[in-house]
Structures are given as structure tokens and as C-alpha cells.
Design a protein around this ligand. Structure first.
Ligand code: PLP
Length: 385
């Protein structure tokens, strides 16, 4: 029996998405910029996907720009907004310490180009306190970027409040919604943001394709140069099959959101309660009340998270020690560190992220093998626990 509990790293591609991508790859080979029949067909496929993504997030199709994934959408948002803000003399950017590397390293790149950055700290809740942003705002703040849901602990941020503060200060607000899309309803206008990044492979779509929502009227400086595709915002011949897959994944996610959310929350809670009651010295990281329904991040005192992950893998259970990009190193998670967790707690924490195909049997299988593994690892620990 195999159990996949790593849906925040990536999700299996939905069968309907696979079929739609295969059909587009075979049949829609035209270049969407061509005026002839083949080009028009490809263009129609892009239009349909654009409408699907717009419906999914409460936007207008003309506000959607397709990208090569979440990282590229974050780059386009931050570099584009920073470039436009700099023209008005605003060269200060604010973000939070628990962001994905796609944002944190882009902010660092802007710093190397003369921007100043404020990286807001968090507390144990993993929820950013809006007051911290209010205090960080300066007259020259041009861009604020705070993620909607965190990838490691799943906490949901008070985006509407944060974006209001940014707007009052005259700054553009970007949210990385890669981990909330498909897990909780998203309405970009209710969130009050200017820019929002999405990635298809986090909601049962293909990898390497995503979208940036750009509120009408928001100016972005060009980031990559080339042709006039995507209204001059993202040059390059469109990845028609990938974009078709994104569109189908968005429609499926929208139709399944409510029942899936409730089902996953119940499974996640069963897992969490089971672990906390059956394994001593365990604790949940981050606020349990403001979370996406599929995620829990649990610390196992005295256990090296990498060893636990490998032992679970040998039992056919896939989990993660944090963001996939930083696993393979023994660095404690920057998210848990940013939340003020001690290094040893951060290094003994595991993320379980559930998804569409998971069942109660999967949860019960994990609860069956986990206590024994933790006991064995603790008995082997150097401290002789
Ligand atoms: N932002 C967040 C919060 C993520 O979790 C990820 C993926 O791990 C990304 C951005 C990057 O998205 P992509 O893998 O599509 O580049």
C-alpha cells in the first residue's frame, strides 16, 4: 500500500486534465498568434482556459496572464511592479519571512539592484499580524508581497486587511496564492489585491504552467522581452497544451472545492488527533484555526525529521520535511525558523499534505506505522532518549 501525503509539493494530474492536454497536444498545434484556421483554434483554446482561470478566482479574462508556473508568476509580479514603482521613486519593498523562495530570492535580487527590503517576522501562529505591516510602511514603499496560504504550515493570511494597509500607503500588493488555489475559495476582488500568482501543478494540473492575475489598471514594467503575446506582458509562443490543462484543472477545482475541503479537513483532523494522542511529545506547528484544510505540520521531539521521512518512505508513505525545494539539505525550514521555533523543533517537524485521492484507510495506515517508527528513532537518538 502506498500513501501520498505530499500534495503541497505537487499533485497527481487529474485524468480529465491528462486527456485535455493530450488532445490539445495532438490537435491544437497551431500558433495562437497565426491568423489562419489553425491559429484561431489555438487562440480559442487559450481563450477558454483564460475564462476558466478568471471564473476560478473572480476575475476578468483580460486580467489573466499565463506563465511558466508559480515561480515565474511571482517574478513577473515583483520585478514588474518594482520596475513600475521605481519610476515614481518608490524603491522599498515589504515581504514576510515565511514566503516561498520564489518571492524571497526575487526580493534579494531587487536588493542587489538598489531596492531596500523589509522582511517582516512572524510569531508561532504563522499568521502575519497586520500591525507589523502598518509599522513597516514608508512613504517610499512601492510593493508589498504576502502569501495567501503558507506552503509548510498551511496558515491563511489576513490578506484583505494587509492589502488595505498597502493601498492606503500607495503601494502595489502582490499575493502568492499558489498554495491556496484549489484548497479554499479565492476571490481576488474580495482579497483587495493587485496581483496574484497561481500554479497549475498544485491543483491537479500540469507542471510548468501557471498564471498571474493583474488587476486592470496596474502597471508592470516588462520583465522579459520578445513578442507581443499576452498583451505584451509575457512574450513567447504560448504553451497551448499546458494552458489547456491549467484551464481544465481550474474548472475541476472550482466544482469540487466545497465538498473536497470538508472531506479533507475531516481526514486531516483524524490524522492530527491520531498522531497527537498516540505519539508522545508531539505538537502542531502554527495556528490550527486559520489553515487550508489539507495541511498539518507536526513536530516529533527528539526525532530527526529527515530520518522520519525516510523511514516513512520505506513503508510506502510520502511526506515532506518542509518545502520540496529545500529538502535534501539539513537546514531547518526557514518557515518554522521565521515563526520563532527553536532549531531542534524545526528540525523534527514533518508536513503531511492530503489530497483528492486520500481516504480514511490512508490515514489509518499512517497511524498504524508512525508510533513504532518514532519510538525506534527516539531509542536510536544520540541523547539516548
Ligand atoms: N509559491 C509557493 C507558495 C509554492 O508552494 C510554490 C511551489 O512549491 C511556488 C511558489 C512555485 O511554484 P512553481 O513550482 O509552479 O514554480
Amino acid at each position: 500500500m502506498r500513501v501520498y501525503f505530499d500534495h503541497n509539493a505537487t499533485t497527481p494530474v487529474d485524468r480529465d486534465v491528462v486527456d485535455a492536454v493530450a488532445a490539445a497536444l495532438r490537435d491544437e498545434f497551431g500558433n495562437a498568434s497565426s491568423v489562419h484556421y489553425y491559429g484561431q483554434r489555438a487562440k480559442a483554446a487559450l481563450d477558454e482556459a483564460r475564462a476558466a482561470v478568471a471564473d476560478f478566482i473572480g476575475a476578468e479574462p483580460s486580467e489573466i496572464v499565463f506563465t511558466g508556473g508559480g515561480t515565474e508568476a511571482d517574478n513577473l509580479a515583483l520585478r514588474g511592479a518594482a520596475g513600475a514603482a521605481a519610476e515614481t521613486g518608490r524603491r522599498h519593498i515589504v515581504t514576510a519571512a515565511f514566503e516561498h523562495e520564489a518571492v524571497l530570492n526575487t526580493v534579494k535580487a531587487l536588493e542587489r539592484r538598489g531596492w531596500t527590503a523589509t522582511v517582516l517576522p512572524l510569531d508561532k501562529s504563522g499568521v502575519l499580524e497586520p500591525e507589523r505591516l502598518r509599522q513597516a510602511m514608508r512613504p517610499e514603499t512601492g510593493v508589498v508581497s504576502v502569501m495567501h496560504a503558507n506552503n509548510e504550515v498551511g496558515t491563511i493570511q489576513p490578506i484583505a486587511e494587509l492589502s488595505r494597509i498597502a493601498r492606503e500607503g500607495g503601494a502595489v500588493f502582490h499575493t502568492d496564492a499558489v498554495q491556496s488555489a484549489g484548497k479554499i475559495p479565492i476571490d481576488v476582488r474580495e482579497l483587495g489585491v493587485d496581483l496574484a500568482a497561481f500554479s497549475a501543478h498544485k491543483f491537479y494540473g500540469p507542471k510548468g504552467v501557471g498564471a498571474l492575475w493583474i488587476r486592470r489598471g496596474v502597471r508592470l514594467a516588462p520583465v522579459i522581452t520578445g513578442g507581443r503575446q499576452e498583451r505584451n506582458r509575457r512574450p513567447g509562443t504560448e504553451n497551448v497544451p499546458g494552458i489547456v490543462g491549467l484551464g481544465v484543472a481550474a474548472r475541476l477545482a472550482a466544482s469540487r472545492l466545497a465538498p473536497e475541503g470538508a472531506r479533507l479537513a475531516a481526514l486531516r483532523d483524524r490524522l492530527e488527533e491520531g498522531v497527537l494522542t498516540r505519539v508522545a511529545e508531539t505538537g502542531v506547528n502554527g495556528a490550527r484555526t486559520r489553515r487550508v484544510p489539507n495541511t498539518t505540520n507536526i513536530s516529533f521531539t527528539g526525532v530527526e525529521a529527515e530520518s522520519l521521512m525516510i523511514a516513512l518512505d520505506l513503508e510506502g508513505i510520502a511526506v515532506s520535511t518542509g518545502s520540496a525545494c529545500s529538502s535534501g539539505t539539513l537546514e531547518p525550514s526557514h518557515v518554522l525558523k521565521a515563526m520563532g521555533l527553536a532549531a531542534d523543533r524545526a528540525q523534527s517537524s514533518i508536513r503531511f499534505s492530503l489530497g483528492r485521492a486520500n481516504t480514511e484507510e490512508d490515514v489509518d495506515r499512517v497511524l498504524e506505522v508512525l508510533p513504532g517508527i518514532v519510538e525506534r528513532l527516539r531509542s536510536l537518538a544520540p541523547s539516548g532518549r
